[in-house]
Design a protein. Structure first.
Length: 95
């Protein structure tokens, strides 16, 4: 499954290592400065809300960390419901 991170860009969820809230203050180091990877800005630098660290690079997204987490949680809740429905169908199926 893919996660939409803004500007018509989606990334595979299984490649996400972590997501870091971009600090509003520019005077101190953000957690992202410790990663030695290419940073791909999806939005202008002043609009960055979240850094998404993946296997290959770091994405700077304009979508809030809370919204991205909610999208991931919704996906996994749908998977869980689907798995439960499938399991119930198997229990009632007659072969």
């Amino acid at each position: 499954m893919y996660l939409h991170i803004g500007d018509n860009l989606s990334i595979p969820m299984n490649s996400i290592i972590t997501m870091i809230h971009a600090d509003s203050g520019k005077s101190h180091r953000t957690g992202i400065s410790y990663y030695d990877a290419e940073v791909i800005n999806v939005v202008p630098e002043d609009k960055i809300k979240t850094y998404i660290v993946t296997d290959d690079c770091v994405y700077a997204s304009g979508i809030s960390l809370k919204t991205l987490k909610k999208r991931i949680d919704e996906f996994y809740s749908i998977l869980k419901i689907s798995a439960n429905v499938y399991a119930a169908a198997l229990r009632t199926a007659r072969f």
